[in-house]
Structures are given as structure tokens and as C-alpha cells.
Design a protein around this ligand. Structure first.
Ligand SMILES: Nc1ncnc2c1ncn2[C@@H]1O[C@H](COP(=O)(O)OP(=O)(O)O)[C@@H](O)[C@H]1O
Ligand SMILES: [Mg+2]
Length: 234
């Protein structure tokens, strides 16, 4: 890996077992450099979520290897992967996955409970700062049921950022939102990449969001191919 490389997928294959095994990735390769922004596009069922799970260490390949920050993840134990994931990688999904009984602040602090290096006081300070930044300073004591869809997704983004990850993975982050809320999340993700230098990988059907990423790749027949951002298909 070169100095600037953050993440690399080397010839990764993945199938789901069953009476008729489903091959999803076929020797797919990808290089992601620090601070870049990448859109992954492709038809429904083409394996985008499977790919994102592999990039985020939530799943392991059948063959090939995944490298992150100069480490081959193939040989790491489940516990080592969990620590790496908690400290270095943030996730945002199509649905917010917030805990309904917890407040905004409590939800955001959940990833810090496993101990990611900050005292509880420092973690809460960072949470309040981030919530202020995304315009949720006045919502910290609300439960998710009392938030709009856009506010819930902004909370989910803050939760993903609380441990200062090197990489943010987002799986159709605007897919369940109305146009205005989708625009807010798009703006926030772009700002986190351009202003904060956060490496961002987004799976999206939104041509607008994909067009704002530095580059796009298309997942097709289990492989990744570069895509001219001007021709991104919605
Ligand atoms: N846990 C699973 N077990 C079996 N098949 C799965 C599983 N998860 C996904 N698949 C299948 O793998 C293919 C790719 O799924 P997915 O990665 O979710 O695609 P996408 O996110 O592009 O819609 C689909 O055919 C899907 O039905
Ligand atoms: Mg998916």
C-alpha cells in the first residue's frame, strides 16, 4: 500500500451459501486513499451492501484480502475487528437504527461506552459540539420518536463520528428521506469530507449525491469498474 492508501480490497470474492449459492463479489478490487470521497453505485441486488459490510469489517471475504491502515484484516480475530471497527470506522445506514428509548445524546454516546479512549466527560463534550454543529443542539434530550426523519439521520451521522473514525461508510443514507432532508444529509456528508478530510464511501441511488463525490465506481457482475460521474445512473 502507498502512504496515502487507507483501504484496499484485493481480489475479493464473496458468495452466500445455500441450496443455490449466490455469488456476489467476484475477485473485486478497490483502492481508497485518505480523505477521498467515493460513490458506489449499481442496481439493486448487485452486492453494494455486501461490499460495504466487507469494507467495514462487518463481514469477511471467502477469498482475497481487505487491507486497512496498512494492516491485512484477513488474519484478525472477531474481537480485534470489533475494536478496529469501533475506533476507526463509522457507519450510517438507510434507516437510522437509533434506540427508541434513548435520547439523542444517549444514542450518540453509545459507541463510546466500549471505551474508545475518552473519559465520559470528554465524550459528552464532543457529542454536544457535534450535535450543535449539525443543528441539533436543541434536540439533545428528545427521543428519536420526537424527531423528523432528517433529524434522526443527522443524529445517526453524529453517532458515527463520535469516536473520530478515519472512514465513514454510508449505505443509501438519503434513501428513506424526503427531498429537503436528503439535501441536508448530502450537504453534511460533503462538508465532512471536504472540510474535515474524512474519508467517505457512500452507496447511493442518488445521482446528486454520487455526483458530489470525488469519483464513482459501479458494481456490476461482482466487479467494480470506474464510472464517469457525469454518467451516474440514478
Ligand atoms: N445474508 C444473505 N444470505 C443470502 N443471500 C444474501 C444475503 N444478503 C444478501 N444476499 C443476496 O446477495 C445479493 C446482493 O445483496 P446486497 O449486497 O444486499 O445488494 P444491494 O445492496 O446492491 O442491493 C442479493 O441477491 C441478495 O439477495
Ligand atoms: Mg443494499
Amino acid at each position: 500500500m502507498t502512504d496515502a492508501a487507507l483501504l484496499e480490497l484485493r481480489s475479493v470474492s464473496k458468495s452466500y451459501p445455500g441450496p443455490t449459492p449466490v455469488p456476489v463479489l467476484r475477485e473485486a478490487s478497490l483502492n481508497v486513499t485518505r480523505s477521498e470521497s467515493l460513490a458506489i453505485v449499481g442496481p439493486s441486488g448487485s452486492g453494494k451492501s455486501t461490499l460495504l459490510n466487507l469494507l467495514g469489517t462487518l463481514d469477511t471475504p471467502d477469498s482475497g484480502s481487505v487491507w486497512f491502515e496498512e494492516r491485512d484484516l484477513t488474519g484478525l480475530s472477531a474481537k480485534e475487528l470489533a475494536v478496529l471497527r469501533n475506533h476507526r470506522i463509522g457507519f450510517v445506514f438507510q434507516n437510522h437504527h437509533l434506540l427508541p428509548q434513548c435520547t439523542v445524546l444517549e444514542n450518540v454516546l453509545i459507541p463510546t461506552l466500549a471505551g474508545a479512549g475518552r473519559s465520559p466527560k470528554e465524550a459528552e463534550h464532543r457529542a454536544r459540539q457535534l450535535l450543535d454543529r449539525v443543528g441539533l443542539g436543541h434536540r439533545i434530550d428528545h427521543t428519536p420518536g420526537r424527531l423528523s426523519g432528517g433529524e434522526r439521520q443527522r443524529t445517526a451521522v453524529v453517532r458515527a463520528l463520535i469516536n473520530e473514525p478515519a472512514l465513514l461508510l454510508a449505505d443509501e443514507p438519503t434513501g428513506a428521506l424526503d427531498r429537503v432532508s436528503a439535501g441536508e444529509i448530502t450537504k453534511l456528508l460533503v462538508e465532512l469530507n471536504r472540510t474535515d478530510g474524512l474519508t467517505l464511501i457512500v452507496v447511493t441511488h442518488s445521482a446528486e449525491l454520487a455526483g458530489l463525490m470525488g469519483r464513482s465506481v459501479e458494481l456490476c457482475d461482482g466487479k467494480l469498474a470506474p464510472l464517469d460521474s457525469k454518467t451516474v445512473r440514478a
